[in-house]
Design a protein around this ligand. Structure first.
Ligand SMILES: [Zn+2]
Ligand SMILES: [Zn+2]
Ligand SMILES: [Zn+2]
Length: 276
């Protein structure tokens, strides 16, 4: 399996919209990996994770063809993960020559929002909403086994994160979530070993004074990794990635790398591609 991190920031991006904080000023000046768009990932060039306001730009920047994407997993209904106005753009009178529907998989709140768009008179069956439920595995495209796992995040957004398996390999994509709830650990025990995990690190090093309960900092990610190790869910060969960063956390990409490197943790950046 190959995962490409198309975007790696929290909702407001880095540098953030209208912000003059130290991280944003420094990131603007340094450029490169310090510049982050909203979080989205692509598995094997075909399975999209999240549909945010940067989706169109990601497809242009990385040269993947949205007209060929048939499946998209949505973690929850916050707009940096589910941008409904662009789902409407799959309408039949705008998408010429595409006969297949694109399926969006989401838990209750996201599902209802996608369904409302899909039923608009001009959509013509172009968008297929699919309801997922924590703990209930399903198959995508006849090849990916996907298990939704309950996240510790705003409950009104029906938050889940995903275990995605294919061809004997397994990836955990865990955004947005705080330290995993106990129900999540129960499901994870049945998932077995992961080849790659991507953990929410919105709070960066957690030096900004904010308490992170619906997201994590690097030290919380290390706590998750430690517990996953004790359960045999990750080992020395598992690639451990931290992802979904906010300028509010207080560190740039370069500063995160300096802190995460010594723990053997990879700091994501826009365009990072890893094959497991
Ligand atoms: Zn987010
Ligand atoms: Zn800022
Ligand atoms: Zn969120």
């Amino acid at each position: 399996m190959k995962i490409k991190f198309l975007g790696t920031a929290a909702a407001e991006g880095v540098p953030a919209i209208g912000c003059k904080c130290r991280v944003c000023k420094l990131s603007r000046a340094l450029g490169g990996r310090n510049m982050r768009s909203r979080s989205q990932a692509l598995i094997d060039g075909e399975l999209l994770i999240e549909f945010n306001p940067d989706t169109l730009w990601h497809s242009h920047a990385y040269g993947f063809d949205l007209s060929e994407i048939d499946h998209c997993l949505i973690t929850h209904s916050h707009p940096d993960h589910l941008y409904l106005d662009d789902i409407d753009n799959f309408r039949r009178d705008f998408c010429h020559g595409r006969e297949r529907a694109i399926s969006f998989y989401a838990a209750q709140d996201g599902y209802e929002k996608i369904k409302e768009v899909s039923l608009r008179p001009w959509m013509g069956g172009a968008v297929e909403p699919r309801l997922v439920e924590a703990g209930k595995a399903f198959t995508v495209g006849g090849k990916y086994t996907v298990t939704p796992i309950p996240a510790s995040h705003n409950s009104d957004t029906s938050p889940v994160f995903y275990s995605i398996g294919c061809g004997g390999k397994k990836i955990l994509y865990a955004h947005d979530t705080g330290y995993f709830p106990e129900e999540a650990w129960e499901i994870l025990k049945g998932e077995g070993r992961f080849d790659l995990i991507s953990l929410d690190c919105t709070g960066c090093l957690g030096l900004d004074g904010h308490a992170y309960v619906r997201h994590m900092t690097l030290s919380q990610c290390l706590d998750v990794i430690k517990r996953m190790e004790s359960l045999g869910l990750v080992d020395g060969n598992t690639v451990k990635v931290v992802n979904h960063f906010s300028h509010n956390g207080g560190q740039t990409y370069d500063e995160m790398v300096a802190a995460a490197d010594k723990h053997g943790v990879v700091v994501s950046y826009d365009g990072l591609e890893i094959e497991v």
